[in-house]
Write a protein that binds this ligand. Structure first.
Ligand code: ZN
Length: 785
């Protein structure tokens, strides 16, 4: 069956949250028309000229009994605007709402019967009938507006060929700010009163589009692009073609926003813009190649930001957030290859994870290093123009990269894309001989012989040497070794275990990234039992006076994690490290050191009551606290004053989501259990945005004093929480994060609980979470003994 176009009319009853729809689908088929439709009431199906067809609904499939057919099938139907955060739904704010859509991956079928598959690209011509006083935004600019009674009809220009998941409709009161980039209109849209907060994002978007047009060698395809702030949104953002939606915190900033938020806005804007080419112009054939979209957008975003803000050194963030984040997922038996077979919507929603984003992006970075930046860019240009307005697979990309570079990357890529997991390379130095060995790294202590073709980069006595390590083991003769390091700039997706080098590695010229690599790998070795806790603590000693942000932040993260799982044995270590780090003089004006200071202070607050008391005194003049310290001050105040009502008042009086989240986070740090219970109850009171309930759950999980209360609360409120995130993959990722921590010390109970409550929408995360729980629990036992 071939779909050519959709002619869609939606008559929206904004007040009653209902709509009537009429869609004309121009298509060709050899047998009956089979569409997707969910929660829609089908009123009639005709050929548009009086001939009716019978329809049959079976699950999410809608069969229209046309027999062989060529022409337009017209379907009249009706539906409701959802209270959930998927399909066409209501996003509330200030006692009112907008109606908005989120269709990725398989939710367009909740607004219109359609062939809801990525490779069924078609043109869309959308008309909406809405109340006169409202505005509407879609993928394309408005073509005509005509009044009819109390309503008006808005027709949008026809879209180019595109996939259904990229269709967008937003209706409500919007305020806009417009800029021009050549012929393209770049528009920032918010609910009333907020457009001024989008200036930074708009500027970033202008620079981003310019960057991509040059890098891809293809102009942005549509006449306009909207960046829309959505008051309630399950995701961070969504790249609907020409109408990108964002959670408010991912787009809007005020004078009090933290540097971290600014970096986040910049990254998310750049990511969604990359999709306008990677994903929207050229789309994966099927969701098993979702990484083609997400890995690229992730990787490209860092390229853009690095060119706009070189002082941010965002490739360091890339390592911490994307590469290490992906390894933390990929070290489990319960991982999946980057390219993964998926069928049902539930399966698809759960692969928007660290593998599809971070691992894929890291592999792209590795291959770019291997074939060179120039070839990589040329290959991407050729790939995009060859498949514009169409679909492609990973294989299409490798072929093009091989052609352009003259280096056969297919075998390398296929192995990295299709095999689950990643290797640890052991570098052994003995009797003047260097041996490199590889095997799969698993957190579960199991050893698994597996090989990858690894482009290994080394610096031996100051000279760079590259090899492709394809076998389990390779030997290299080295005379008189004075300095040595491996995996330069950490462009390779593997960890490194140095054995037998004595101090040679430490006396080599190590960069911040090298030192980060060593401590980051050490922590995974500690978790897997490859490294003893005492050796790990000794290694930490090398970092107490560390001056660079990346390794310092890493150690702080690790100590914060250890404190979360076993406070009694690790708080002293955390206190000592964070105290000494906060004494190190760092540039006041440097934005990265400002973020770091805020993070260090937040962590010290939890383990140093005297420090918390001091910092808490700043809460009374919270407005004056510098943005990057606000989180620490709020935490300190909760910790040392236990003033639930004061924090709740601050939450209620704040009109920025960023600061609301800061107060919510602080409200999970009380040491008094009854106050914690009040916070958890409050999270589900209806006053906290649905999107932020998960944030409270994650924040509470991190606080050792809140673990018992949080577990009890979760057990009681499971169905309520599931209901909030229905038809999204949100819970899968959430359970993966919380089970390994909340479950420590009660594994049988937790396993039993999740056995009894089967959740198909989260089963991937639950399985992986339970595996991780066993590893964390083992670590606790190791440290205690
Ligand atoms: Zn994306």
């Amino acid at each position: 069956m071939q779909v050519r176009s959709y002619d869609l009319f939606i008559d929206l009853d904004f007040e009653r949250l209902k709509f009537k729809g009429r869609v004309g689908i121009d298509l060709h088929c050899e047998q009956n028309v089979i569409l997707n439709a969910v929660d829609l009431v089908i009123l009639s199906a005709t050929d548009g000229m009086g001939k009716s067809f019978r329809t049959k609904q079976n699950g999410e499939d809608l069969t229209v009994e046309t027999g062989p057919f060529d022409g337009a099938v017209q379907i009249d139907y009706k539906g409701s605007v959802s209270e959930k955060l998927a399909g066409i739904y209501r996003a509330s704010y200030d006692h009112t709402y907008i109606v908005t859509t989120h269709f990725e991956a398989a939710q367009a079928r909740r607004m219109l019967p359609c062939v809801d598959r990525t490779d069924a690209k078609a043109e869309f011509k959308l008309t909406v009938s809405i109340d006169k006083n409202l505005d509407a935004i879609s993928n394309m600019p408005v073509e005509t507006v005509t009044a009819s009674g109390a309503k008006k009809r808005i027709t949008f220009q026809r879209t180019p060929r595109m996939s259904t998941y990229l269709l967008y409709l937003g209706v409500g009161k919007f305020e806009q700010q417009t800029a021009k980039l050549g012929e393209t209109e770049v528009v920032l849209a918010t609910t009333p009163g907020k457009k001024g907060l989008g200036k930074f994002a708009l500027d970033e978007a202008m620079k981003g589009i310019q960057f991509y047009e040059e890098y891809f060698g293809i102009p942005y395809a549509l006449p306009k692009i909207d960046l829309i702030a959505i008051p309630e949104f399950a995701m961070g953002a969504m790249e609907n073609w020409g109408a990108i939606t964002f959670r408010e915190v991912a787009l809007l900033l005020d004078a009090n926003s933290s540097t971290r938020s600014r970096k986040r806005v910049s990254e998310i804007v750049a990511h969604e813009l990359a999709h306008q080419w990677f994903g929207n112009l050229v789309t994966m054939k099927w969701w098993d190649d979702i990484w083609l979209n997400e890995s690229f957008a992730t990787f490209m975003a860092y390229k853009v930001i690095d060119s706009i803000h070189p002082e941010w050194r965002v490739w360091e963030d890339f390592l911490r957030d994307e590469t290490a984040g992906a390894m933390a997922r990929d070290c489990l038996k319960n991982t999946h290859p980057i390219e993964v077979p998926v069928k049902s919507p539930d399966e698809i929603e759960q692969i928007f994870d660290a593998i599809s984003y971070g691992k894929g992006a890291s592999i792209l970075r590795m291959i770019e290093t291997y074939i060179g930046k120039q070839s990589f860019e040329e290959g991407i240009q050729r790939y995009l123009s060859a498949h514009a307005y169409g679909n492609a697979t990973g294989n299409d990309l490798w072929m093009t990269l091989s052609e352009v570079s003259g280096i056969q990357v297919q075998d390398i890529m296929t192995s990295w894309i299709r095999k689950p997991g990643y290797p640890v390379v052991t570098a052994l130095f003995r009797d003047g001989k260097l041996t490199l060995q590889q095997e799969r790294f698993l957190i579960s202590q199991a050893s698994e012989p597996e090989t990858w073709p690894i482009p290994v980069t080394m610096e031996v006595n100051g000279q760079v040497r590259n090899i492709l390590l394809q076998n389990t083991e390779e030997n290299i003769e080295i005379k008189d070794l004075k300095s040595f390091k491996i995996n330069l700039d950490r462009t390779g997706f593997y960890s490194v275990n140095y054995i037998g080098f004595g101090d040679i590695v430490w006396t080599s010229s190590l960069t911040a990234i090298d030192r980060w690599g060593i401590i980051s790998d050490a922590f995974t070795f500690l978790l897997s039992g490859k490294m003893k806790y005492a050796d790990y603590v000794a290694l930490l000693g090398r970092f107490t006076q560390e001056k660079e942000c990346l390794p310092t932040h890493e150690v702080s993260d690790q100590l914060s994690f250890l404190y979360t799982i076993l406070p009694s044995k690790t708080s002293e270590l955390s206190r000592t490290f964070h105290r000494s780090q906060l004494q190190i003089p760092r540039e006041e004006s440097n934005e990265n050191t400002s973020i770091l200071r805020g993070a260090l202070a937040s962590r010290l607050t939890l383990v140093d009551s005297k420090y918390a008391k001091e910092l808490a005194s700043k809460f009374k003049e919270f407005q004056k606290v510098e943005p990057d310290m606000k989180k620490a001050v709020a935490l300190a105040y909760a910790r040392s004053e236990g003033d639930y009502d004061g924090l709740l008042k601050a939450y209620r009086e704040s009109n920025s989501d960023e600061h609301k989240v800061t107060f919510l986070n602080a409200m999970t740090a009380f040491s008094n259990e009854s106050l914690l219970n009040r916070t958890l109850e409050f999270a589900l009171s209806g006053e906290v945005k649905k999107q932020d309930v998960r944030t409270v759950l994650l924040a509470a999980t991190e606080k050792p004093d809140a673990k018992n209360a949080t577990w009890s609360w979760l057990k009681v409120n499971l169905e309520k929480i599931r209901n909030l995130y229905q038809n999204t993959g949100i819970l899968s990722g959430t359970f993966l994060s919380i089970i390994p921590i909340l479950g420590i010390g009660r594994i049988p109970e937790v396993e039993d609980f999740f056995n009894k409550h089967e959740m198909i929408e989260a089963e991937v995360g639950i399985k992986a979470g339970l595996e991780k729980l066993n590893a964390f629990d083992r670590l606790v036992t190791n440290i205690e003994s």
